[in-house]
Design a protein around this ligand. Structure first.
Ligand code: GLN
Length: 477
């Protein structure tokens, strides 16, 4: 497993042992060498990053502390607003759109001394599981360039796996941090809903969206999450209390913890992936945890409910791209024709499919049968997890049913693509935290991610288990 990057960089920049500019140049050199092949970025901010790194070095030289992420190169998914810097959501409809403000996470990264290296590629409007839905071409998996990096935050996952950034941020609506983290062999965290501000995250499905970190190890993920988490009055769903330190979790171990194994988990995970999850249970048992069987009957309906709720919210959120307020406009004879020409030209096929699905699910006569029923499943999911968490501290599942798959293998079958999210979606429906931790390799030597799920605000225990899995994976090498 790759060692953490963020802590050593921040420590040496803060102490004056390394210069932020030199650190940045190392990352930019790797970008220059391999980005043409990987396509992790929609935009690399060479000049802005250098200027920023110089400011950080000047702060240190003047005896000031730039913060816990001093000089750390971070990549941002291109659906997070950066003031004056294009934020495209990998969609033609937002090409060249420059937001007038920074997302709260961008402000927090700046306040902590981070250096933003670029905006990363994604499935258009974060809809997809392979980054093949980007209007600007797919991102390739740095571990095997014939395969996808996962999605929708494929660029953010690939950027960390390729050493283009020390860490990155993604967004996760149904698995878009955890699945690409699994496929690229890095750590990916979806925190509890309301933990990280969504102000300035371009909305896909507002009741499901959360921002979280990608890093090369669990300790770095804790640090990056702490830096961006915490109450933001600008997001009405932000939890109004401070985010706790995850530091004690990293060395806590799992002695006395109860780890849930879901006995009625939907099938579909490949044997190589399942073997690693089984090994993860064994490793935690060997480290002092108890494995407890639980059932989550609603788990199996999660995917269906998500593909009604997420498109329903998306159809409403994406109504704002009308050719008037943002980005592109296609001229036409009258206003209605202009709306329709702009939206037809600006949105790709998957986004159009979601808008149509969502509009249908919300339409009069179908609302109760589809959207209303999906909300009931969402409630049942929360109920089932609450019941399970009476008996266990965390639950373990695969993050993705398979290792990274070849390009084109699922693009002609949307349902096959949607099945990538089977194990990740329930945590978005409940709002609970979940993370993917690399735990060895499966078919063709490609990484497998084990997913750790915890109850709302259970990040401390989740990180303790993740850190133990990381130690076990390291010891097995
Ligand atoms: N792959 C899922 C989808 O296409 C999840 C996307 C996400 O989490 N942003 O909706």
């Amino acid at each position: 497993m790759t060692a953490g990057q963020i802590r050593p960089i921040a420590n040496s920049v803060r102490s004056g042992a390394a210069r932020a500019v030199d650190v940045l140049n190392g990352y930019l050199a790797r970008i220059d060498a391999r980005e043409a092949e990987i396509n992790a970025f929609n935009l690399v901010l060479h000049d802005e990053a250098r200027e920023r790194a110089e400011v950080i070095d000047a702060e240190v030289a003047a005896g000031r502390d730039p913060g816990v992420l001093a000089g750390v190169p971070i990549a941002l998914k291109d659906n997070m607003c950066t003031r004056g810097v294009p934020t495209t959501c990998s969609s033609k409809i937002l090409q060249d759109w420059r937001p007038p403000y920074d997302a709260t996470v961008v402000q927090r990264l700046a306040a902590a001394g981070a250096v933003i290296v670029g905006k990363t590629n994604l499935d258009e409007f974060a809809m997809g599981s392979s980054t093949e839905n980007s209007a600007f071409g797919p991102t390739r998996n740095p571990l095997d360039v014939t395969r996808v990096p996962g999605g929708s935050s494929g660029g953010s996952a690939a950027a960390v796996a390729a050493g283009f950034a020390a860490g990155s941020l993604g967004s996760d609506t149904g698995g878009s941090i955890r699945q690409p983290a699994a496929l690229c062999g890095v750590v990916g965290v979806k925190p509890t809903y309301g933990t990280v501000s969504r102000l300035g995250l371009v909305a896909f499905a507002s009741s499901l969206d959360q921002i979280g970190p990608f890093t090369t190890d669990v300790a770095d993920a804790a640090l990056l999450l702490e830096a961006i988490a915490g109450h933001d009055p600008g997001d009405s769903t932000s939890i109004p209390k401070p985010f706790p330190s995850l530091e004690p979790s990293l060395t806590r171990g799992v002695e006395g913890l109860r780890i849930g194994r879901i006995t009625d988990l939907p099938g579909g995970a490949d044997a190589d992936v399942q073997a690693r999850v089984d090994a993860a249970f064994d490793a935690l048992a060997a480290a002092g945890a108890t494995i407890v069987d639980v059932t989550i009957p609603a788990f199996t309906y999660g995917l269906t409910a998500y593909y009604l709720i997420a498109p329903a919210e998306a159809s409403s959120n994406l109504a704002r791209y009308d050719g008037v307020r943002y980005g592109m406009r296609v001229a036409a004879a009258d206003t209605n024709a202009m709306y329709s020409a702009t939206r037809s030209a600006g949105f790709g096929p998957e986004v159009r499919r979601r808008i149509m699905l969502g509009t249908y699910a919300l339409s009069a006569g179908y609302y109760d049968a589809y959207y209303g029923k999906a909300l009931k499943v969402r409630r049942l999911m929360a109920h089932d997890f609450d019941a399970a968490y009476a008996d266990v501290d965390v639950v373990l599942t695969p993050a993705s049913p398979s290792v990274a798959f070849p390009f084109g293998s699922k693009t002609s079958d949307p349902l096959a693509m949607y099945l990538c999210d089977t194990y990740t979606i329930p945590s978005n429906l409940t709002g609970h935290p979940a993370m993917s931790v690399p735990f060895g390799t499966g078919a063709d030597g490609l990484p497998v991610g084990v997913q750790v799920l915890a109850p709302a605000l259970g990040e401390a225990t989740m990180f303790a288990v993740a850190a133990e899995l990381e130690r076990a994976a390291g010891a097995a090498q």
